[in-house]
Design a binder for this molecule. Structure first.
Ligand code: NAP
Length: 246
């Protein structure tokens, strides 16, 4: 059975590059009408939307700002129709050991990775509840489960996303809205390119499948959770990490 998202409207935050862009590409490939929302300038997001094709649109929105989220959702709904699938993918890192971590780095990461998920979910959930249907997929991380030295802010934000996912899944289940998280391990994107070669080699040894993940590995899990094949799954965390955490 192939996955068919024909006619479904999908909003992906942080969608101009990396994992978000690949999610947009795969869901559009399954027939969805995709909107990419990002904080970068609209021309850059538009270039990613054009690359995806199939009528994908670009929306500029900083997920830390509730007004941006409302405006972005209105624009998407005017252009494409009511949102069927929200993918909260926007995320940042500001790594450093706890002792040296600044307040600014703590707050920036919590603001984008956790408050951003709250902001966008709150706006989109309202319509989904009225329509008694919808899917929300939040991109967490395995470090939200395991912790990771040097990432107190990031792992706290992703653990928060997991708790948020389970709570909202319980609140919205009776309205037909399913909410899940995907927790990627080590995925080869701009976010992880900054790591020194020695750190990459050490990490590789921890991955039973013997390779880094690609954005497509994460996008496939999102595609499944967005589809009718996942209609009895809510409140779950799907780990996509080549077996690193088990
Ligand atoms: P990425 O390449 O850095 O892409 C993240 C995207 O989010 C960028 O387009 C970025 O815009 C956007 N963004 C940042 N702040 C935003 C804001 N305030 N509002 C809207 N968009 C914003 O990262 P990635 O590797 O694809 O990661 C995507 C998601 O997967 C993140 O949530 C990340 O935490 C998670 N994840 C990644 C990995 C990994 O190994 N790569 C592992 C586990 C989880 P700019 O271009 O302006 O920065």
């Amino acid at each position: 059975m192939s996955i068919d998202l024909s006619g479904r409207v999908v909003l992906v935050t942080g969608g101009s590059r990396g994992i978000g862009k690949e999610i947009g590409r795969r869901l559009a490939g399954a027939g969805a009408k995709v909107a990419l929302a990002d904080v970068v300038d609209e021309a850059q997001i538009q270039a990613s939307a054009d690359e995806i094709g199939r009528g994908a649109i670009a929306v500029s929105a900083n997920v830390t700002d509730p007004e941006h989220c409302s405006a972005a959702v209105s624009r998407v709904e005017e252009a494409l129709g009511p949102i069927d699938v929200l993918v909260n993918n926007a995320g940042i890192t500001r790594d450093g050991l706890l002792i040296r971590m600044s307040d600014a780095d703590w707050s920036a990461v919590l603001d984008v990775n956790l408050k951003g998920v709250f902001n966008m979910t709150k706006v989109v959930a309202r319509g989904m509840m009225k329509r008694r249907a919808g899917r929300i997929v939040n991109i967490a991380s395995v470090v939200g489960i395991t912790g990771n030295a040097g990432q107190a802010n990031y792992s706290a934000s992703k653990a928060g996303v997991i708790g948020f996912t389970k709570t909202v899944a319980k609140e919205l289940a009776s309205r037909g809205v399913l909410v899940n998280a995907v927790a990627p391990g080590f995925i080869d994107t701009d976010m992880t390119k900054a790591l020194p070669e020695s750190a990459r080699e050490t990490l590789l040894k921890l991955i039973p499948l013997g390779r880094l993940g690609g954005p497509g590995d994460v996008a496939n899990a999102v595609l499944f959770l967005s589809s009718d094949l996942a209609s009895y799954i809510t409140g779950q965390v799907v780990v996509v990490d080549g077996g690193m955490v088990m």
